[in-house]
Ligand binder design. Structure first.
Ligand SMILES: *[C@@H]1O[C@H](CO)[C@@H](O)[C@H](O)[C@H]1NC(C)=O
Ligand SMILES: *[C@@H]1O[C@H](CO)[C@@H](O)[C@H](O)[C@H]1NC(C)=O
Ligand SMILES: *[C@@H]1O[C@H](CO)[C@@H](O)[C@H](O)[C@H]1NC(C)=O
Ligand SMILES: [Zn+2]
Length: 522
């Protein structure tokens, strides 16, 4: 995931919320008209009768365990680093291509699978289904990784795939080679066992996700569009299973990302005629620009907590929170403004409250004795789901409110549409069921990704994009993303393979069960 370091910070967030909310919740208890505490949303569907499709189960033999580990370690040792939008390690990308062919011979030779390269280094697989009336889906993962340097303090060199205490260390173990190798390893095992899917599906592997996916994902989408493909849904990286990370929550929670924030990079510039510093104007381009930037920092974008998918997330989790947080989360209509004020105190939780504003570059001046003719600054904004790119640009215009400051949009996109997570959402419900079958008792809820993924390029092919892999996150793990000591446990790696092995078979059902067929209807 791009800039995924921020994505699990929800953790810390909630820690803050919970403490502060205790007091306020109790205080307001007397005046609030209490809404019924929410029951597990969709519980009925999980208890309903599901069509049986999964004939194959996966129990690793010792040989398979070793093979899985060997393949994965090789994948980690290939430094498929994206340095910039135009600079990647093509030698490594070619090496990765060779590894895939060697590690998954059945995938590459099966008559059910068509493979092609896209933009030279990305991969697209089509796995033919026996029932062409069932709309296909797409599993997405990415090959590239962000740079890593051992001297940053890694316990093991970042491309060594060294094993320490049951964990494999290395750049890409979590983001995103675990899921990538998990998907292909699962398909390899399924094909060896003689599985033939009923519902056809694609597997897309982008090679430049970390630098926006303009080569890989964008071209995969172009190829699919040319063929007139429509997708039932896309499953990509994004969120995970949070264990002990959301304080106040009883037990671990699997969060399935249903949207991503938007982005805008805005350039502010001020030009003045150059003159000598011995006869300076009252204010220079630097002063004008500095004042504009200061106004942007002093006037954050409006609070929108509760107006995006973060609201639904709280409501889904509500029944698993301990009181009084349960009461607060079940009554966001009342508490959202209050929660916002607590969340905005910390950068990692402020990200859920509003469109964030980050002034990232400021350049001006050429010589010590010359009045600077030009000053420019770049501002990077992450757009909350309840706002549009245009609204954000208008707000910047209003806040800067100075004709001398030129405002230009360098790059940007709206927040991603919110995919559905209700009882009729095929992809969401099958993912949820697969997770619950593997990990009974887990809480499953829709969530929002603060960073962006390749899946955002697929929004014209489907309205349903889910961002999730069953990676276990414990306190402190969030910092490993794009940070040092990125790692995955051997057990979790096996769980990824089993998850994809099961979920592919589960996607074969023709339709979701009727929620009213539940034997335990509430
Ligand atoms: C599962 O096995 C049963 C019985 O052998 C068979 O009738 C059915 O078609 C199989 N289902 C799939 C999806 O392969
Ligand atoms: C690129 O990948 C190759 C092959 O794995 C590796 O030998 C080389 O060191 C990498 N180059 C950079 C700049 O990382
Ligand atoms: C793929 O490689 C060929 C030959 O090296 C090159 O001409 C072409 O521009 C590349 N295409 C992309 C999309 O990178
Ligand atoms: Zn990633």
């Amino acid at each position: 995931m791009t800039e995924s370091r921020s994505k699990f910070r929800l953790s810390k967030i909630l820690k803050v919320v919970f403490c502060s909310c205790v007091i306020t919740a109790l205080g307001l208890l007397t005046v609030a008209s209490i809404r019924t505490l929410s029951l597990d949303v969709n519980a009925g569907l999980q208890l309903a009768h599901w069509e049986h499709t999964g004939n194959f189960s996966l129990v690793f033999t010792q040989q398979q365990r070793e093979e899985l580990l060997t393949n994965f370690k090789e994948a980690i040792r290939i430094p498929t680093v994206s340095f910039s939008e135009t600079e990647s390690n093509t030698t490594a990308l070619l090496q990765f291509d060779r590894l895939l062919r060697k590690a998954f011979p059945t995938v590459f030779s099966s008559h059910l699978v068509q493979h092609e390269l896209v933009a030279n280094y990305s991969h697209l697989f089509w796995v033919q289904g026996s029932d062409p009336t069932l709309e296909p889906y797409l599993l997405l993962a990415h090959i590239d990784v962000v740079p890593a340097t051992e001297s940053d303090g890694w316990e093991a060199p970042p491309f060594s795939a060294k094993e320490i205490d049951g964990f494999i260390y290395g750049r890409g173990t979590i983001d995103d080679k675990g899921a990538l190798m998990g998907i292909l390893q699962a398909l390899e095992y399924l094909l060896i066992k003689g599985y033939a899917p009923r519902r056809g599906f694609y597997i897309g592997l982008g090679h430049d996700e970390e630098v926006s996916g303009y080569q890989g994902a964008v071209n995969i989408v172009r190829v699919l569009k040319q063929r007139g493909a429509r997708l039932s849904f896309v499953l990509d990286e994004g969120l995970a299973i949070l264990d002990g990370v959301l304080s106040g929550l009883e037990g671990p929670a699997a969060l399935i990302g249903v949207s991503e924030k938007g982005q805008a990079t805005v350039k502010l510039s001020v030009s003045t005629s150059p003159s000598h510093s011995s006869m300076p104007p009252r204010i220079t381009s630097i002063g004008i620009l500095a004042a504009a930037v200061k106004r942007l920092e002093d006037n954050p974008m409006p609070r929108l907590f509760g107006h995006g998918p973060e609201g639904a997330m709280f409501e889904h989790l509500a029944h698993k929170f301990r009181l009084p947080m349960r009461f607060v989360a079940s009554n966001l209509w009342l508490f959202a403004p209050l929660i916002s004020r607590v969340l905005e105190r910390k950068p990692e939780s402020n990200a859920f409250v509003r469109t964030t504003t980050a002034v990232t570059m400021f350049n001006a001046g050429v010589k010590v004795n010359v009045i600077p003719p030009l000053a420019e600054a770049y501002v990077n904004l992450r757009i909350h789901s309840a706002q549009s790119l245009q609204e954000v640009l208008d707000l910047i215009q209003n806040t800067v409110a100075d004709q001398r400051v030129k405002i230009e949009l360098v790059d940007g996109f709206d927040p991603l549409p919110v995919s559905s997570a209700d009882e009729k959402s095929f992809g969401y419900q099958v993912i949820k069921k697969t997770v619950l079958d593997m990990f009974p008792g887990l809480t499953v809820a829709p969530g929002i990704c603060i960073g962006n993924t390749d899946s955002r390029h697929f929004k014209e092919l489907t309205t349903n994009i889910y961002r999730f892999a069953p990676l276990w996150f414990k306190p402190g793990d969030a910092q490993r993303f794009h940070g040092i000591n990125e790692r995955i446990s051997k057990k979790n790696l096996e769980e990824l393979v089993i998850f994809y092995f099961n979920v592919i078979q589960n996607f074969d059902i023709r339709k979701l069960p009727d929620p009213h067929s539940s034997a335990h209807e509430l």
